[in-house]
Design a protein around this ligand. Structure first.
Ligand SMILES: [Zn+2]
Length: 408
């Protein structure tokens, strides 16, 4: 963050600066804002009057007196503007509307009966209208849409270059959603990078600058944080650990077209298939489940998960994940590795197997300084991550143009 100046030419920057100080430090008095920013008290008075007038901030009672009258405190108005966040996965889209202070106003998961980008974007457009109605907000007050998407994502251009999970190649998702939402800016981010950012902002990664988030879902990928920043590599695609070779010869086919990739062996779908191959149909039926139709989350939510056959698969999966995690420890020496995604819902038995294997396979000094944890953000990580990213962008905008007409 830059420091303040009283030059009239930089009035816009000063307004952003004051807005950000109130966001991070509010409730805060005008004199404290002046101290924090280096702006003169009169400049702060003018800017805060404008922000109050625009409804961006509001008064929040009085602070302690430092001799004279008790100062009026100012804080952000959490509903001054809104952010729309979407998490895409094969077969489903979760959409949510947030205010400016992490306040979730409405959230819904939509089943996608098509993988075609046009159909997915249509569902996102519909969800936007439905959630705005549910939250009772003006769609025109939504300043930005953040989208978390699996695969190789070029965030700068909003293009999904390749997603084997969604079966997409070179899809201009950002532009398509922007058009469908009537011109709202859209930021598209890789789903694991978004989840890693969420862990850093809201989860177990808080305060850590070197961290890896591993998304153990149908696809397996990692969001890598080095020195507090996402490590993207040359093209921004780094972290595709689901496609590291795991079986050297004649392994199972992967969605990427190769054989023996980690996610072909240990992705959520492969794990569910392994369980189905070991557990007889009558066992599923005993717990009211259909062997053909059961989904992984249904199985994990059922007592069947505690059966020895299922727990054996959980242990094997944990050991395989442990090999992957040990490689990450040896390669990156992170402070914390957070496991999320569908498979992480297997909980402690999975984590125990992962830890045992990591201990065997990583160098002692690095193992001792790395914690391995299960995410406590559950499935909402990627949504929170794109929300956090969108929030940063919103707070660097010059003006909040929230008075536009209804755009949908
Ligand atoms: Zn692959």
């Amino acid at each position: 963050m830059w420091s303040g100046t009283n030059s009239k030419d930089l009035k816009i920057l000063n307004r952003i600066l004051v807005r950000n100080i109130i966001r991070r430090r509010g409730p805060i008095s005008r004199s404290e804002i002046a101290q924090e920013t280096g702006l003169t008290p009169s400049t702060v008075t003018v800017i805060t009057a404008e922000l109050l007038e625009a409804g961006v901030i509001k008064e929040a009672g009085h602070g302690e007196s430092t001799g004279g009258r008790r100062p009026v405190l100012l804080e952000l108005n959490p509903t001054a503007a809104h952010i729309f966040a979407v998490k895409l996965q094969r077969g489903e889209a979760t959409a949510a509307l947030f205010g400016l202070t992490c306040n979730l106003l409405a959230e819904r998961t939509y089943h996608l009966d098509t993988d075609a980008p046009e159909g997915v974007v249509e569902t996102i457009g519909r969800s936007f209208q439905e959630l705005a109605r549910e939250a009772d907000i003006d769609p025109g007050s939504v300043l930005l849409c953040g989208v978390a998407c699996p695969g190789l994502v070029c965030s700068e251009r909003g293009i999904v270059e390749r997603s084997s999970n969604l079966g997409w190649l070179k899809v201009p998702l950002g532009e398509m959603i922007r058009n469908r939402l009537g011109g709202i800016s859209v930021h598209v981010e890789n789903i694991s990078n978004a989840a890693a950012l969420a862990e850093k902002e809201f989860g177990l990664g808080k305060g850590y600058s070197d961290m890896v988030f591993v998304n153990l879902s149908v696809g397996v990928s990692a969001g890598i944080l080095v020195n507090g920043e996402i490590y993207g590599g040359v093209q921004g695609y780094a972290g595709e650990i689901g496609h590291v070779s795991f079986i050297p010869k004649d392994g199972p086919w992967c969605a990427c077209g190769r054989r023996g990739c980690f996610e072909a062996v240990c992705g959520a779908r492969a794990v569910l298939e392994r369980i189905k191959a070991r557990v007889p149909e009558e066992e599923f039926a005993r717990y009211g489940l259909s062997k053909d139709l059961v989904k992984l989350n249904e199985l994990i939510g059922s007592p069947l998960v505690d059966s020895p056959e299922v727990q054996r698969v959980v242990d094997e999966t944990g050991r395989a994940v442990g090999i992957l995690v040990a490689n990450l420890v040896n390669l990156l020496n992170p402070r914390i590795i957070i496991l999320g995604g569908e498979l992480s819902a297997f909980g402690k038995p999975l984590l125990r197997a992962v830890e045992e294997e990591v201990k065997l396979r990583s160098l002692e000094e690095m193992y001792n300084s790395t914690s391995i944890e299960l995410s406590n953000l559950r499935g909402s990580g990627p949504l929170m991550g794109v929300y956090a990213l969108a929030l940063e962008k919103v707070f660097s905008l010059e003006e909040w143009d929230v008075n536009v007409e209804l755009r949908v």
